[in-house]
Write a protein that binds this ligand. Sequence first.
Ligand SMILES: [Zn+2]
Length: 211
Amino acid sequence: MNIFQTVKESVTARQVAEQYGFKVNRNGMVCCPFHNDRHPSMKVDKGFCCFACGAKGDVITFAADLFHLSPLEAAKKLAEDFQIPVTQETHRKQSRSKNKEIRKRTLYQTEKKVEQLERECACTLSDYLHLLEEWKVRYTPQSPDDEWADEFAEACQRKELINYYLDILLYGELQDRIEFLLDKGEEVEQIEKRMGEYRRKNEDKAGGSIG
Ligand SMILES: [Zn+2]
């Protein structure tokens, strides 16, 4: 609601006339201030209407004409004189709800971004986990004396950890997931690189064995 609506709903022309010293008779009539009126010929109610000179309008027009003010100035004066909580309250409410709207939108965008990052991270991690499982089988030492392949050691060391990371990403609270992305984002990138290197190396090997 703007100041005009608020004032119009809070106070009637009759109340205003009384407040500003007009004598309202039993019929709700006052002497018209807009022409030389000796007998009350203006009806004041929610608005006002003079049966003699034809002046009429709402409570704001009444105050505006009476004090020679613009409608906005008249509305402000009425709000002040009748202690109607308008401008500031209305503005504050509007900016509050606007801020809320912006916050909601920002949060939504953040969530979308977080979700996308999560999906990418989860993809990388689950690829990596599969690879580790594969390594654990493929590079198992054949005898106790065999030296461990790097891949086998890596699989033993990191399987638990990667499982734990995936748990956070898939089942964690939003706050935990965001913290994970902030803390471990780089680590996940390193894993992505590591897998790329391994795959390239293996393709080279495969190519070499064919050629
Ligand atoms: Zn009149």
